[in-house]
Write a protein that binds this ligand. Structure first.
Ligand code: ZN
Length: 149
């Protein structure tokens, strides 16, 4: 189990160091900003929808390793998904990091399972979910910045 945890941590640190899809999208894209005052994490999500499909997604921001890695892996996980699939994924992810579903309902999370250990650190849950809440805001076209508080 310790080995598995080390591997998870490696994946998180690697994404934090070299985040994927770290860029902006054209001005026509949907955009939302998120802030986690508890840790100081900031995140902007850019979203390009074609019909109901997430054609492109990108982020920018700064914060702790978990928040950056989570945003990076979110963009990878959601690209090509429909809005409904994305919401479902967020639900599963949220259940996992809040420890509500340690075993079941996680099959579809794939690589995102590296964040399972976050459930042991309640203060870190907001770091891991900031990008997801921000994504939701972008999806629903909310203008107010998202805050985890
Ligand atoms: Zn953080």
């Amino acid at each position: 189990m310790a080995d598995l945890r080390d591997m998870y941590q490696e994946v998180i640190l690697e994404h934090a160091k070299s985040p994927r899809n770290y860029r902006t999208l054209a001005s026509s894209a949907r955009k939302a900003e998120g802030f986690n005052p508890l840790c100081g994490d900031r995140c902007t999500i850019y979203l390009d929808l074609k019909g109901d499909v997430i054609e492109d997604i990108a982020f920018q921001g700064n914060g702790c390793a978990i928040s950056r890695a989570s945003a990076s892996m979110l963009t990878q996980a959601l690209k090509g998904k429909t809005a409904a699939e994305a919401e479902k994924l967020f639900e599963s992810f949220h259940r996992m990091v809040t420890g509500q579903s340690p075993n079941g309902g996680r099959a579809s999370l794939g690589k995102l399972e590296v964040f399972a250990g976050v459930s042991e650190f309640p203060a870190r849950v907001k770091c891991a979910t900031l990008a997801w809440h921000t994504f939701e805001a972008a999806l629903h076209g909310e203008q107010e910045p998202v805050t985890t508080e």
